[in-house]
Design a protein. Structure first.
Length: 87
């Protein structure tokens, strides 16, 4: 989290005998901040926007589309050299 991550880093550095310095890192839960941002944006926009009514696609179509996307991703992943895969 935003507070516990840096505190854990300080504890590990103190335990290892390294000099203590506070370093802020976003860490894994960076997406929580973005979910909060998008939720607030949606809450503001939903007050003024007209409701959108649309039909959902058939589940089989969604399954076929997902299979196509996974095959395309696998094809691209096979074609990318291993040196480029680690970024």
């Amino acid at each position: 989290s935003l507070l516990l991550g840096p505190i854990l880093g300080l504890y590990c550095r103190a335990y290892g005998g390294y000099p203590l310095d506070y370093v802020w890192t976003a860490g894994p839960p960076w997406f929580i901040l973005w979910l909060l941002n998008f939720t607030m944006i949606y809450a503001v926009i939903a007050q003024f926007a007209a409701p959108v009514k649309m039909n959902m696609p058939h589940p089989v179509i969604l399954l076929l589309f997902g299979a196509f996307l996974s095959a395309a991703f696998y094809g691209v992943a096979v074609g990318v050299p291993m040196a480029w895969a680690d970024f």
